[in-house]
Design a protein around this ligand. Structure first.
Ligand code: FAD
Length: 430
């Protein structure tokens, strides 16, 4: 009887999970593993922890629920606070694993780790990886990767015309009890183990994020079905305050507690059963943006992390520590920027409107190294997604996919989106 190992990464769910489904189909015995890689909690070259406390907490909650959901399928989840390449080869050998199943990751840090593991194990061990983070499967899009257009609209229109979103993959049936009778002494680390103090959620938060697929489902239930806010999404999505202005699904999408396809098919169900309009379509439109940045990262590789970006533009960038501290603390001359920066520091979240403004201010107004801003977001954001974050930062900094290379007029933005200053008052009035 062969043993399959699911190596979980940012696909932390049991539904619509190709790696899990294939592992259960092809093996008599299945086990799962997740690494809290210490490198993800170290300081990066810009002086920020790669993963800050908000995402760390969300991740712990996610893995805790994943372990329970896998246990319902009689699949044990082993968790290690260790570098995968250090402990996985031995684990594979000790457990007589013949196949490893994982989500395909192409950024260089991830690739290096996977190939280090592969080098340490027998050549007979098969690694099967799946592009499970997309709405449009990379095999289905009407372009070779090298020809992904520079402009989003071109990409979107052709994909919408030519690609059908695949159906969700079925959740496997529970394996027999024997599969679970494997000794598993591993424990999920707590916040302290990852180097953080316990903390309370700020009462001003736009949304009380909690990790795990169940919470993602609850949010969909609330946003789509109970309040039917989805039916006004396009009109409200530029809001700044409270739970209702946008879906708040980003954090679960980012670590794969829910898939883009699951959200897509739920929108389709809503359109069939409740209403179909510009607003319901617009959520799909935004999911296509998410896909687009993934395709841009697939096409351009490490260029998305370079100061010249994918446009290879040789612009002048400053590196001013005082400016950085003022931006981070929300002490710039722009109250609207300050309010948003205080929000992200206190909650790990910021609206899309806020993100565009603070990024434009940092990179285009102050002309500071945009990668500092992107790294700060990487550390703080509860919904950090490597492709969306670096892709949007390039876009807003003039080295990415914005054909118009716009700079935001912050004062005008504040007047338009926070006319009675409720948002600024919330964050700036003590
Ligand atoms: P909604 O408005 O409800 O959108 C639905 C979903 O569509 C989102 O959950 C997200 O998955 C996707 N989406 C929406 N807008 C974008 C966009 N511009 N780019 C890519 N996907 C999008 N989003 C992340 O998920 N992770 C990041 O690390 C991230 N960093 C960003 C950095 C900057 C500088 C900017 C300008 C935007 C960034 N975004 C990022 C995109 C966007 O701001 C967030 O996805 C959105 O604010 C999350 O809130 P929501 O789930 O309520 O979004």
């Amino acid at each position: 009887m062969s043993t399959g190992l699911i190596w979980f990464k940012n696909n932390l769910r049991i539904e619509d999970n190709s790696a899990l489904a294939e592992a259960c189909k092809e093996n008599g015995k299945v086990i799962a593993i997740y690494f809290f890689d210490p490198r993800h909690f170290e300081f990066n070259e810009f002086g920020f922890k790669k993963t800050g406390k908000f995402r760390a907490k969300f991740l712990i909650e996610t893995i805790t629920e994943l372990k329970e959901n896998l246990a319902d399928l009689n699949i044990p989840l082993y968790t290690y606070q260790e570098k995968p390449e250090k402990c996985l080869p031995e684990f594979i050998e000790e457990n007589s694993i013949s196949r490893v199943y994982l989500q395909e990751e192409w950024t260089s840090e991830e690739q290096i780790i996977i190939s280090k593991v592969q080098k340490e194990v027998s050549e007979d061990i098969r690694f099967a990886s799946f592009y499970d983070q997309f709405l449009f499967h990379p095999e289905d899009i009407p372009y070779p990767l090298k020809d992904i257009p520079k402009v989003f609209t071109e990409f979107r229109k052709k994909c919408e015309a030519k690609v059908s979103v695949r159906q969700c993959v079925s959740t496997p049936k529970s394996l027999n009890d024997e599969n679970f009778n494997i000794k598993n002494n591993t424990e999920i680390p707590g916040l302290k183990d990852l180097g953080f103090e316990e903390f309370e959620q700020d009462s001003r938060t736009a949304f009380p994020f909690e990790g795990g697929a169940k919470q993602a489902r609850k949010r969909i239930q609330q946003y789509f079905w109970e309040t039917q806010n989805l039916a006004q999404y396009k009109q409200t999505r530029n809001g700044l305050l409270g739970e209702d202005y946008s879906s708040k699904l980003s954090a679960w999408l980012a670590n794969g507690s829910v898939s883009a396809k699951q959200v897509y098919w739920e929108v389709k169900k809503f359109e069939k059963e409740i209403t179909k309009n510009q607003d319901t379509y617009w959520l799909i439109f935004e999911l296509i943006w998410r896909d687009y940045f993934k395709f841009i990262s697939l096409k351009h590789g490490n260029k998305i992390f370079k100061i010249d970006g994918i446009l290879e533009k040789d612009l002048e960038w400053n590196d001013d520590e005082t400016a950085k501290q003022k931006w981070i603390k929300g002490e710039t001359k722009e109250p609207f920027v300050n309010a948003n920066m205080k929000e992200i520091a206190a909650t790990g979240f910021m609206s899309n409107r806020g993100r565009q403004n603070v990024a434009s201010y940092w990179a285009k107004e102050l002309k500071q190294d945009w990668r500092v801003g992107a790294s700060y977001f990487e550390s703080l954001l509860i919904d950090y997604d490597v492709h969306s974050n670096w892709g949007n930062w390039m876009y807003n900094s003039g080295v990415g996919n914005d054909p118009r290379d716009r700079k935001f007029n912050i004062k005008r933005q504040a007047e338009r989106y926070d006319p009675d200053q409720k948002f600024q008052d919330l964050w700036l009035k003590e």
